[in-house]
Design a protein around this ligand. Sequence first.
Ligand code: SIN
Length: 544
Amino acid sequence: MSPLVSDHESKTGWEADADVVVIGSGVAGLTAALRAAELGLRTLVVTKGHLSDGNTRWAQGGVAVVLPDEADEGDSLDAHVSDTLAAGGGLCDVEAVRAIVADGPEAVRRLRDRGARFDADDSGRLARTREGGHSSFRVIHAGGDATGAEVQRALSAAADGLAVLEHHVAVDALTAPSGQVCGVRVLAGPDATPGVVRARAVVLATGGLGQLYRSTSNPEQATGDGLALALRAGATAADLEFVQFHPTVLYTPEAKGRCPLVTEAVRGEGAVLVDAAGRRVMEGVHPLGDLAPRDVVSAAITRRLASAPGGVDDHVYLDATGIAGFAERFPTVAAACAAAGVDPAREPIPVVPAAHFACGGVITDPHGRTVVPGLYAVGEVARTGLHGANRLASNSLLEGLVMGRRAVEAVAADVASGRLPRERGIAAPVPRAPVVSRPVVQRLMSRYAAIGRDADGMAVAGSALDVSTQDVPLWTVEAVEDAALTLVARAVLAAASAREETRGCHVRHDRPERDDRRWLRSQTVRLNPSGQPVLADPILEGVA
Ligand code: SIN
């Protein structure tokens, strides 16, 4: 047991106390926790699985960054900013993009100082690849296609001395009468023993919500818990309708749950998408061809599948047979292909789009602060404005590295300025929440709210969620996760139904055009007093 955790039983079960509790142990969470400890804050990490189990370790492509003296000729921070804005479909926050991209080189230097090893080219400089939407080769990578695994390894090793509660699930925020968040209620271990962690600040680094869908590149833990917790604590969220589908996960018949990614870097190194008849999928679709931004490629694949004779095709192919030394350059993809009986050196890889990344999330300022004092959010759970309507490939590890550090520096500043007095939160009785089981949520969201949505389908999904809902107490991990998925599904449906246009990852069959006159703005979601996600007035909320 961590030294910060007392073993005495109180009214609320076991208790722990820290200055800052970080929920989640991926790139953003561990970067935050390590910096918090450096700043002298008593820091506790709470994580659902093992320290290294989150989404970060599955990231393949790399970290998008323009390093001084190690960039393509003509590449620059401005070019990286401009590619990010182009991918984001008009909804990025330009200042946030500039600030995060500009901090990238320093963030990568610090990560390397912590022991992360990136691949080198023949001259000994960092090897760089290209992914969808990037105008230059600026994605640095590790272990070929195992960048996330290396980043996680380095950060987990550096976190060795930190206080960590593994297999602990955050249920809801403790809130003081002043409205300040000052801890979280937590379920511990296989028996889900309830307890509380008291802290001056809670940093959410809980990752994404890919498990809303039947096929996803995300692990089982990616159930939107942090977003649900933040909404229940009074925070606001934005851009939730923009769920990015990665164009290429490995297709296997009847695939469910986490599907192996086939990194975009495979296309960056020359592979092309073809349909069952061998015709190029991306020809004539976008000037960047197979390296168009992800939303464009995923939508093009979906259209091609829908137009196949008889509508019977359920996947396309990625022809990588022209890439020499495929297994050495892409060992993770090669191993997944081998397990599925596919040899990428000789035959095209069967691929299909799958839910991959939440472009929206809890609204934060450029320092990770939410609108709720004491509550901060970083990484995929947060919406900084970097991604807009569609994230540029490999900008997410970058964002986690930059924002993880900034958020706890903001915590330290807020403690020093007296903005976060030590408050004692009220641990109300175990909350109850509306719950629909994960398979039902996944079936509805995959059928009605994936790539290609329309008003009628989303209304069907919303009504089906309503009639399937049961109110249950959140005293098991399954209940916490299903309640989060249920709430987040409703929030995504609310935002996606209201946005009557097609933009970025939000593709509407019934509104196929982009409508800048009405929709060149983000939508804010919060909970109404009965706990339903509703859209807030964009002007009053100050998100545009
Ligand atoms: C990939 O390698 O294609 C995924 C990287 C990312 O999602 O940024």
